[in-house]
Design a protein around this ligand. Structure first.
Ligand SMILES: O=P(O)(O)OC[C@H]1O[C@H](O)[C@H](O)[C@@H](O)[C@@H]1O
Length: 303
């Protein structure tokens, strides 16, 4: 079999302009809308990044799956610390997870560098952003080689500090969420949004056996998903992030989600590399603050 050619190429899927990145090791699909990575699959292997079978490639709607960019706030605005809420001029029905995931970004650079395919997307603010009247440039750099690295950078072009909560809201593909073990959270504190937003301590690995929606803080090591069904470990190496959101909708919430099959909760888990809660991102005027994550699949040796 001939070796895949490393490249970045433009294509349209449904209503959405996209790019396909190919390296010797894998392939990724990225939408201009929201700079949303939609797929990442190592050649000949199971997908690392999960995309719903019901995902709608339509303008104006974030797709269910992939890696939505949550910015300049994460989740419901009213659940954010006051410093993040204070950045918003008018709180009328602000969209969950901010607005960056639904807007069209601009291609700044694309091409190959050695073994890597690379795409740089930009979003200039405020552009009449609903209620967020601040001058900033947001960039997402996507580098595909033997792993996928996403770097989200916020440049403050205004005169006042920016205070932001954000997440790279990655949906990971798993063989069966009931059988995976999430490693790397031992000793971290978490806010359980399903138990009154109270704080608990994580002991040992995390198993998913019910609806889960937690904000982990004080994370001191890389998170990993051990998946015996697919005999692999997914490594999530975050940089400049000490918080993460772990989410699985389980049975009942799945029925209420858009673009989501009733049983799709079995096939995915979100582990979202974040700056949330007490780990907010503060960007001084004239400076840039970056957060990055590398997603790497390690396949277990045949035993
Ligand atoms: O449906 P969305 O707006 O994309 O949000 C999907 C999910 O995102 C995060 O993981 C939140 O913690 C969840 O509470 C939310 O349900």
């Amino acid at each position: 079999m001939s070796e895949p050619v490393c490249k970045v190429e433009a294509l349209t899927v449904g209503e959405l302009p996209c790019w396909r990145l190919v390296s010797r090791h894998g392939e990724a699909l990225v939408a201009r809308q929201g700079a949303q990575v939609l797929r990442y699959t190592p050649h000949g292997r199971q997908p690392v990044v999960w995309l719903s079978d019901h995902a709608e490639f339509r303008r104006g709607k974030s797709l269910r799956g992939g890696v939505p960019v949550c910015w300049p706030w994460f989740g419901q605005l009213e659940r954010n610390p006051g410093a993040v809420r204070a950045m918003v001029a008018d709180g009328n029905a602000p969209p969950a997870h901010g607005f960056a995931r639904e807007w069209d970004w601009r291609e700044a650079e694309s091409g190959t560098r050695g073994d890597a395919a690379r795409l740089l997307l930009e979003l200039d603010l405020p552009q009449g952003a609903p209620a967020w009247p601040h001058a900033a440039r947001l960039t997402l750099e996507i580098v595909l080689d033997d792993a996928l690295t996403l770097t989200l950078s916020t440049r403050n072009l205004g005169a006042e500090p920016l205070v932001i909560s954000q997440a790279l809201h990655t949906y990971f593909a798993v063989s069966d969420v009931r059988k995976v073990a999430v490693e790397g959270l031992d000793g971290a504190a978490y806010v359980d949004t399903l138990r009154g937003w109270n704080t608990f301590a994580q002991h040992g690995t995390l198993a998913i056996d019910a609806e889960t929606d937690r904000i982990y803080t004080g994370i001191a090591q890389p998170i990993a998903i051990a998946d015996p069904g697919w005999r692999r470990t997914l490594h999530i190496e975050a940089h400049a992030s000490r918080s993460a959101v772990v989410w699985n909708p389980w049975v009942d919430k799945s029925l209420r989600l858009s673009q989501f099959a009733p049983d799709a909760w079995q096939d995915m888990i979100c582990i979202e590399t974040a700056r949330v809660w007490d780990d907010l991102l503060e960007v001084a005027p004239g400076t840039t603050a970056a957060m990055a994550v590398t997603l790497r699949a390690e396949h277990w040796a045949e035993g």
